[in-house]
Design a protein around this ligand. Structure first.
Ligand SMILES: [Zn+2]
Ligand SMILES: [Zn+2]
Length: 357
């Protein structure tokens, strides 16, 4: 038993949690009181929680802190441990995935019932405590039940790591049967975009990366072609791969000017570039004339709707979407710093590394 546990208030349960401190951008492992669910909330016992690039961005300072001290981790799967006042329709012990976003219920979009476009969305692991802990409090309205046949480690991927790609493919890009699809950056986000674009009927599917191992994995998971983006003959390779019609939908999961410029150049007339993920770099897309003459479109994408997670659980449960290659490693919560380092250094070329409390 640690000192913190001994000094805790008599009878108060404590738990192990990772804590990010905005003052010096340090992280610590601490024993803190198990939180209590308030009205409309549930307490979850965390089964697994993913380590996401946006968690790293908070530590590095690329993403500005939104709380002085916060427990990180926003890709959770767990079991309902305790039910707060006013919550109906949920039972203790049910396996669930919480949504990471909490709408403010006050802005003009929330007042119209358009919660996914909330203008002051509060985010788990940034505004309030997340899942790199033994327990986490979640809003009951954002819960998705994990059906039979979906392992809890894969369920944790569905909050963000797979649902953001799902919404990018289905909602923002609206990939259709027969669309030629290009994906740049075959890490955690790009790999899932590729798998979902295949389900949506994209053909041919072309993967672009500078990492040969990532390209090999993309081919295993359904890419028809996998090209190094630094290949000087890239344009003619795409001409050949698409029979000259070029790319209908390009996804940029990298976020650097060289990628957006290359992707736009390889688009067909009326083609779309969809950028997925955060980057503070400038977007380069070529000339106004090219954009106008070719009627090309540039679309930004962020996030997902709660019902996207439910659709993904169905796809996994029915064997349509195989995420078995997506759990690259599992590290115990006590070794969270090792997990963060593995993702930072792309050790073993991970899709997702999970934390297990
Ligand atoms: Zn994430
Ligand atoms: Zn709002």
């Amino acid at each position: 038993m640690t000192r913190e546990e001994e000094s805790g208030v008599a009878g108060e349960r404590t738990m192990l949690a990772e804590r990010f401190h905005a003052a010096d951008h340090s992280i610590t492992l601490e024993h803190i009181p198990v939180p209590q669910p308030g009205p409309g909330e549930v307490l979850l016992k965390v089964a697994y929680c993913g380590i996401c690039h946006s968690d790293l961005s908070l530590i590095s300072g690329a993403f500005p802190p939104r709380a002085d001290v916060v427990t990180q981790g926003h890709e959770v799967a767990g079991w309902i441990e305790q039910i707060g006042p006013g919550v109906h329709g949920w039972e203790i012990g049910t396996a669930v995935i919480p949504s990471a976003g909490r709408p403010c219920m006050e802005c003009r979009n929330c007042r119209r019932g358009n919660f996914s476009d909330c203008m002051n969305l509060r985010l788990m692991a940034f505004d309030f405590d997340g899942g790199w802990a033994e327990y986490v409090v979640a809003s009951a309205t954002g819960l998705t039940r994990v059906p039979e046949g979906v392992p809890m480690d894969q369920a944790a991927l569905l909050a963000d790591a797979v649902s953001t790609p799902f919404a990018a493919v289905v909602r923002t890009a609206q990939v259709h049967l027969g669309n030629a699809v290009g994906v740049w950056g075959l890490g955690g986000v790009g790999t899932h975009i590729l798998q979902l674009a295949r389900l949506a009927g994209g053909v041919p599917l072309i993967a672009f990366d500078v990492d040969d191992a990532a390209l090999e994995r993309a081919k295993r998971l359904g890419a028809d072609h996998a090209f190094r983006s630094d290949d000087p003959d890239l344009f003619s390779r795409v001409v050949e791969a698409t029979g000259g019609r070029m790319i209908d939908v390009a996804f940029d999961a990298v976020g650097i000017p060289a990628v957006s410029e290359q992707a736009v150049r390889l688009l067909d007339v009326n083609g779309k570039l969809v950028t997925v993920g955060m980057s503070d770099k400038d977007l380069k897309i070529g000339t106004f004339a090219d954009l106008a003459l070719q009627r090309k479109q540039i679309l930004g994408h962020l996030g997902y709707k709660v019902q996207d997670i439910a659709m993904l659980t169905e796809l996994v449960a029915h064997g349509r979407l195989d995420l078995s290659e997506s759990v690259s490693a599992v590290v115990p919560l006590a070794e969270i710093e090792r997990g963060i380092r593995m993702l930072e250094q792309r050790e073993g070329n991970p899709v997702r590394i999970l934390v297990q409390p």
